[in-house]
Design a protein around this ligand. Structure first.
Ligand code: NAD
Ligand code: UDP
Length: 361
């Protein structure tokens, strides 16, 4: 009998990680989902807990960990600016110490390891669209640097472990991705706008709203990550993964207003420091080497995401059930209480403002 592939997904209880775990299970893999619950949630993986071949491990990748494994997807790291700036030093440690720990693990078990890098390595790009050959324009001292520089350093570590120890590495540079299972309080633009629109609250546009992003639906992104992991060993990347359909934040807001039939109006707030003005992936490398390209257009993806948030907002309480035997004993499960719609409206209004330095406020 052939042995099932043993795959470690760090950050597996997060937005992307939970979708990845789900897809790998359907492919017949044995999935070890590791997460510290810093931004991830048990609800994201509760439906996987009872499944054959799924194990949850509560752990922070800043600390070493050992497990006999064939492949590692390293997704552990908060991705929303609000969350990664909340504890910038821990964010850096996650990318740097975390990568060292996982690369050591990969070297020890001769495992293949994929790093979830980011378009943020390009910073506020001076080249448009961004190909992998562009080295970027990052402010090393700014409030986004804990994330951007952490991810850049992680890429360096991956390549040095390959050069020095022959570790089998893959680097995916992920561009803005959205979809069901984003957290209500995630703070990123798609979830903010949808929740605000559904609640008929002001939609918070930062700056003049003319800055652009290119949004990829989660289903497409997961396909790209798996395709890269299963590509020939000499394809290390970096490989851009994203949807080149570029929109301004104003266009995004208008689209969401239309799709939700909302009475919200736009409210302009100061642009956070170092917020990139334009971002669009050049995905030629992914297309030609992986045969991958996104299939979901923005309207289709937004409709699915809106339906998800609508359901979430309608539920007053979500209590996930824990099949105790399958969970690491160190995991303490508490049901997450989502406040009633009225309370949420007040909370969202309070939380909507970006955390800005005094000089910009
Ligand atoms: P997310 O915040 O939903 O998920 C991150 C997960 O990592 C969470 O479950 C969190 O609890 C866990 N985590 C954070 N620090 C940890 C630590 N030190 N140890 C163990 N677990 C830890 O974010 P996401 O959108 O799912 O992003 C997943 C990965 O993809 C991240 O590495 C992110 O940098 C990268 N990425 C995402 C996007 C995007 O648009 N979603 C874009 C570029 C890169
Ligand atoms: N943004 C916005 N309103 C919000 C949240 C974000 O206008 O409520 C803007 C933000 O300033 C940025 C873009 O939307 O220009 C994307 O922000 P996000 O935090 O989603 O991702 P990132 O900046 O990391 O690409």
């Amino acid at each position: 009998m052939t042995q099932k592939k043993r795959i470690l997904v760090t950050g597996g209880a997060g937005f992307l990680g939970s979708h990845l775990c789900e897809r790998l299970l359907t492919l017949g893999c044995h999935v070890f989902c590791l997460d510290s619950f810093q931004t991830g949630r048990l609800e994201n993986i509760a439906h996987l807990m009872g499944q054959d071949g799924f194990r949850f491990l509560k752990h922070d990748i800043v600390e070493p960990y050992d497990l006999r494994i064939h492949e590692i997807y390293n997704l552990a790291c908060p991705a929303s600016p609000v969350h990664y700036q909340a504890d910038p030093i821990h964010t850096l440690k996650t990318s740097v110490y975390g990568s060292v720990n996982l690369l050591d693990l990969a070297a020890r078990h001769r495992a293949r390891i994929l790093q979830a890098s980011t378009s943020e390595v390009y910073g506020d790009p001076l080249q448009h669209p961004q190909p992998e050959t562009y080295w970027g324009n990052v402010n090393p001292d700014g409030i986004r640097a804990c994330y951007d520089e952490g991810k850049r350093c992680a890429e360096t570590l991956f390549f040095d472990y390959r050069r020095r120890y022959g570790v089998d590495i893959k680097i995916a540079r992920i561009f803005n991705t959205y979809g069901p299972r984003m957290d209500l309080d995630d703070g990123r633009v798609v979830s903010n706008f949808i929740v605000q629109a559904l609640e008929h609250l002001p939609m918070t546009v930062y700056g003049d709203g003319r800055q652009t992003r290119s949004f990829c639906f989660v289903k497409d992104m997961i396909g790209g990550l798996i395709a890269l992991m299963n590509s020939p060993a000499d394809l290390t990347g970096p490989v851009n993964l994203g949807n080149p359909q570029e929109v301004t934040m104003l266009q995004l807001a208008q689209r969401i207003l239309l799709l939700t039939n909302s009475r919200s109006h736009l409210e302009f707030r100061p642009l956070p420091q170092d917020d990139p003005i334009r971002r669009q992936p050049d995905i030629t490398r992914a297309r030609t080497t992986l045969g991958w390209r996104p299939r979901t257009n923005l309207n289709t993806g937004l409709r699915a995401t809106i339906a998800y948030f609508r359901r979430l907002l309608e539920e007053s309480t979500v209590i996930a059930q824990e099949p105790a035997a399958l969970v690491d004993p160190s995991v303490r499960l508490v049901g997450r209480i989502i406040p009633l719609a009225e309370e949420r409206r007040a909370a969202t209004a309070r939380e909507a403002a970006p955390k800005l330095p005094q000089s910009l406020a």
